[in-house]
Design a binder for this molecule. Sequence first.
Ligand SMILES: *[C@@H]1O[C@H](CO)[C@@H](O)[C@H](O)[C@H]1NC(C)=O
Ligand SMILES: *[C@@H]1O[C@H](CO)[C@@H](O)[C@H](O)[C@H]1NC(C)=O
Ligand SMILES: *[C@@H]1O[C@H](CO)[C@@H](O)[C@H](O)[C@H]1NC(C)=O
Length: 332
Amino acid sequence: MLFIQQYYKTICLIFFTFVFLLINYSYDFKKYYLLHPFQPIQSIPPLDQSLLFHINGSIKSIGKASPIYIINLPSRPDRRTESIALMQTLNLEAFIVPAYSIHSTEILSRNKYRNKLLLKLTELACWASHMRVWLTIANNTPCQNNAWSIIVEDDIDLEIDTPQIMQSFSHSIWNEADLIYLGHCANTPGKLIDQSSQHNYRVHQALHPSCTHAYAIRSDAARKLIYLLSKPSRAIDDSIVKLVDNHQLVAYSIHPPLAMQQPVSKNNPSDVNQIDRQSFIYRIQFSIYKFTQWLYSVPSYEKLNKSALQKANLTKAISWRKMYEKGIWKNI
Ligand SMILES: *[C@@H]1O[C@H](CO)[C@@H](O)[C@H](O)[C@H]1NC(C)=O
Ligand SMILES: *[C@@H]1O[C@H](CO)[C@@H](O)[C@H](O)[C@H]1NC(C)=O
Ligand SMILES: *[C@@H]1O[C@H](CO)[C@@H](O)[C@H](O)[C@H]1NC(C)=O
């Protein structure tokens, strides 16, 4: 009996390893061998500052990082309402930056140069949106002043004590990194950098910081990314992971995460990630992902300790929007 059990376990393990290797192999194959020569995509113009939408708040920074930029499509007022409500709940000052969509002329004009296999149109729009914030940061910060900013996407929830938790870390964390991820998708924590004495949070070296929904970035790092990622060939989170792997960037991540992406649903459709969660491939990838997480004992955090969005007042945010939205932000 025991023998048969062992036998099944071994078969299972071999099967999983096989599927895992197969999927990874085909992914790498796609990544490395189908790199057709392609025309570089031209960089995008810097942001007209008058397009920034200012949200009032008496807390100006998270740790040493300020200002906070929120990337939002003008055509997604639902997500804008939530982002505003989130900032109001934390009493944070922030600036909403217009995102590029797959319909923006800047994106469509670059579409013909896109490597269709490695970079989806939505990923190109996402690259352009982050690139535009990096350009804004580079333009607004004098070179000798290597200052931090925060960039978040509009579909996040934050831990309610985020500013206090970030404040509780040693100041030295802000001296060594290029990027600090407040939210990360199952990033493997590397070396322990710091531990908050008041809060149960840690800063680790980030070994595989996927997802770009909430990160602090230094102006020098923004300049580096503008230069290194000026010709996107894959999704920006993958590109950044590659730069971290090559020691061209130093990234830290906060554990447990302070920012989470809200799950994509019918009520909250994604503009970037059109994942079909019902598909067979997705389910296989998801089980392999869960399996490897279990194998490397990566703790999975399904939710925040104290969600700010749960405390947020959407009614107040909607009336605030009605009062202050103008230009591209209005009447959509
Ligand atoms: C921002 O706050 C100031 C002072 O609290 C207030 O006078 C002003 O009307 C506010 N502006 C917006 C856009 O909420
Ligand atoms: C979560 O919140 C509880 C209650 O406020 C607190 O005791 C606990 O330490 C928090 N956990 C973390 C990881 O901060
Ligand atoms: C939310 O905001 C509205 C309008 O500002 C206010 O009337 C209402 O009492 C608030 N709701 C809660 C639960 O605080």
